[in-house]
Design a protein around this ligand. Structure first.
Ligand code: ADP
Ligand code: MG
Length: 705
């Protein structure tokens, strides 16, 4: 229903207007509605039927209806609160329109004698039938009714529905909607794109709304297919682009660094580790940049695989960069790796450079020189490793640990950096690009791997090193805290160590710290004689490292921590983890946390404390945790509970890459798009690019991140 005062029509769609955007226009840009085509593809979430008028006498309670009449009486009354009460009569009957909030302008529009069209839910009021806060507008007698259903679009507070509606309607007239796809590229029986869009934005009154709401209507199918095809095409295009790039072919020399590393390892590789090492070795030996994800559950031993890959690169005379999302993770993840490699590198006169946000000034300058001269064989740190002032002599391999925790911007920066980090090649020829190995403990479910990550090769470590005992998970309401504390006492008496994890408090670091500090004090009081440490995100890097070192050395028995310990901490003697307010954590996060225990032969327990009442998804998450320790199963359930949201950084920025299609519900369309995309790109690359551009516009870049 149009507002009482429709806002002025938007002249040109936002982006064209340039700098001085008005509120709504700016809000439109924020929603990603820049081009005419973006607006045309912004589809209604539901519809309102304003095509009909109901006689007031025929209204039923509970019904949503539109009526038209003349205001017989309009006055502000002071009952329990101030309100505007309007009596509307259409000749056959009378209806009360009641407004608890209203502006003087609205009061004027609803003055006696005005002809008004109102739409809302009918209910039985004290003085007969009424509508509370109906949508209304002043009309002239005989004003025609809309001929199509009125679309209701997803929007934001700054963007009035009526403004957006006009913007979409006019964009729809201008948007280039030429049919790019021929019938053989489409599933049978679907309308053209233009037909589908006109139908969905302006459905005729007789339309069965269910088929629009459940998106089963052919018009919806067409749009979902278009979207899936664009996404598949962009993946295929990225794959091709990459195939054309060149990289240094890296191979290990017999008796070289790789063999020496094997000799100093305190264990032998599992069969799964051996397999992925071979897969990675094969990639590295090719003159094409590797683009591989190494996925393996928490504790499956990814680090040593990274170390072996680094050794291959260094053996071949190239540098290797290792990155983790935070400083504390970089330190913990790579400590062992450095311990293994440092002596072997020192024998060769090579160094390890450490680059992080906190290392500044002279220290950093010296490191940068070693990186630029090639003296540093291994460059370790956070995303500081890819900052502009870092110049690599010969970067052959970049390894990104916990890659899903890097933001999209950081991943795009990494890509750009890699493109410009090509080392010199003997003789002429195009510049080389380094190989890229990403590691993650959050496995990508198969359906997602097929759709979003078609451009990525995946290696999986599907086996834990021997001697691990599965963690037992228990879910308790937090009124059983005393029992948990008794359990802690038992474990400590047996010489074990314990983690106590506090959740982030409403993203307030201050409260968060306060909460963690209080927990430390409370537990200290409840457990006399026990040394309780605190690890918190706000602590300086050196302090964190000191606390971790104490815990690792067994000087602290209980460690209270916020999620800074989420990944990477490795203390085999820790046998119990308590997670407070477990219902506030995501499933992947809980799984990561739980991976901190059960790292030795000790039987371990993870206690998830929750505070009632639990939401349905909260319950499903905790149940999943109690039922399985398998990271793949957890990822599958996560996808089920929450949708694909968290699996890629792009999603975290709120940009769902699939707006209309649903990977599960639309698998038939997806199969079809997968089958069509490669051939289409091959035969008609121009058309394929046009289609990608139409659908993804500026987002295509994100798909590569
Ligand atoms: P993640 O995959 O979570 O990064 P890590 O690489 O940190 O796992 O390995 C977890 C622990 O298992 C480390 O202490 C590591 O040294 C050890 N480890 C790795 N591979 C093996 C193996 N094949 N046998 C025994 N222990 C191993
Ligand atoms: Mg790791």
């Amino acid at each position: 229903m149009p507002e009482a005062q429709p806002p002025p029509a938007p002249n040109k769609p936002a982006a064209a207007a340039g700098k001085s955007l008005s509120g709504p226009a700016q809000a439109m840009v924020k929603l990603g509605l820049r081009r005419d085509i973006d607006l045309a593809l912004h589809l209604p979430m539901r519809y309102e039927d304003e095509t009909r008028l109901q006689p007031i006498s025929a209204l039923r309670d509970g019904q949503t209806a539109q009526v038209e009449g003349v205001v017989r009486d309009s006055r502000v009354e002071l009952r329990s609160r101030r309100q505007l009460v309007v009596h509307l009569a259409d000749g056959g009957g009378e209806l009360v329109l009641r407004f608890l909030n209203f502006y003087p302008a609205q009061q004027k529009q609803l003055a006696a004698g005005q002809r008004v069209r109102a739409r809302g839910e009918v209910r039985a009021g004290f003085f007969g039938r009424e509508m509370v806060h109906p949508a209304f507008k002043v009309v002239a007698e005989g004003e025609p009714l809309p001929r199509t259903l009125t679309p209701v679009y997803p929007t934001s507070a700054q963007l009035p529905q009526a403004y957006l509606r006009k913007a979409v309607a006019s964009a729809l007239l201008r948007a280039p909607l030429a049919e790019l796809l021929t019938p053989e590229m489409l599933p049978p029986g679907l309308p053209t794109l233009r037909e589908a869009l006109l139908f969905l934005h302006q459905p005729p009154p007789a339309t069965v709304l269910e088929t629009l709401e459940d998106h089963s209507h052919p018009a919806w199918q067409r749009l979902k297919y278009e979207e899936l095809l664009a996404q598949q095409l962009s993946q295929a295009a990225a794959q091709r682009e990459r195939a054309a790039l060149r990289a240094p072919a890296l191979t290990a020399a017999t008796g070289g660094l790789v063999d020496q590393l094997h000799a100093v390892l305190p264990f032998t590789l599992t069969a799964a580790q051996q397999r992925v090492v071979t897969e990675i070795g094969t990639d590295l030996a090719r003159p094409r940049p590797m683009h591989r994800l190494l996925q393996g559950d928490v504790g499956s031993g990814k680090t040593v695989v990274a170390a072996l890959a680094a050794a291959v690169a260094i053996d071949s005379g190239w540098q290797c960069a290792l990155m983790a999302p935070t400083e504390i993770l970089a330190e913990q993840h790579f400590r062992k790796l450095i311990g293994w490699l440092a002596p072997l590198l020192a024998e060769r006169g090579r160094t390890i450079a450490w680059l992080s946000g906190s290392r500044k000034g002279k220290g950093r300058k010296a490191m940068l020189e070693q990186v630029a001269s090639g003296e540093a064989a291994l460059i370790v740190g956070t995303h500081a490793v890819i900052q502009d002032d870092v110049v690599f002599a010969r970067l052959g391999l970049a390894v990104v640990d916990e890659q899903h925790r890097f933001g999209v911007a950081q991943r795009l920066a990494l890509r750009a950096k890699l493109e410009s980090s090509s080392g010199p090649e003997a003789g002429a020829g195009p510049p080389l690009e380094p190989h890229l190995l990403m590691m993650s403990a959050t496995p990508i479910p198969r359906t997602l791997a097929m759709t979003y990550f078609a451009d990525l090769d995946v290696s999986t470590i599907d086996e834990l090193p021997p001697g691990r005992t599965p963690v037992l998970t228990k879910v308790f309401a937090d009124n059983r805290r005393d029992q948990v504390i008794a359990r802690i006492r038992d474990e400590i008496e047996r010489g074990r160590q314990i983690y106590w994890v506090c959740p982030l408090v409403e993203e307030s670091e201050h409260l968060d710290l306060q909460n963690a500090t209080e927990t430390q004090a409370r537990l200290g009081a409840a457990l006399p004689g026990v040394s309780v440490g605190l690890l918190h995100g706000r602590m300086a890097g050196a302090d964190k490292a000191a606390v971790m070192a104490q815990f690792t050395a067994g000087q602290l028995q209980l460690l209270v921590a916020t999620t800074v310990i989420e990944v990477g901490v490795d203390v085999p003697n820790a046998s119990l983890m308590v997670v407070e307010h477990a219902e506030r954590f995501g499933l992947a996060q809980l799984h990561q946390l739980r991976g901190r225990v059960g790292r030795g032969a000790v039987a371990s327990v993870c206690v998830l404390l929750y505070t009632a009442p639990l939401s349905a998804t909260g319950k499903a998450r905790l149940q999943a945790m109690a039922e399985t320790t398998d990271g793949f199963e957890i990822a599958r359930r996560d996808l089920e509970i929450r949708g694909p949201g968290e699996f890629m950084g792009a999603r975290q920025s709120g940009d769902a890459l699939l707006r209309f299609a649903d990977l599960n519900a639309d698998s038939a369309l997806l199969q079809r798009a997968r089958a069509v995309a490669p051939g289409l790109l091959q035969r008609e690359p121009q058309l394929a690019l046009q289609h990608i551009e139409r659908w993804l516009g500026g987002k295509a870049e994100f798909l590569k991140a």
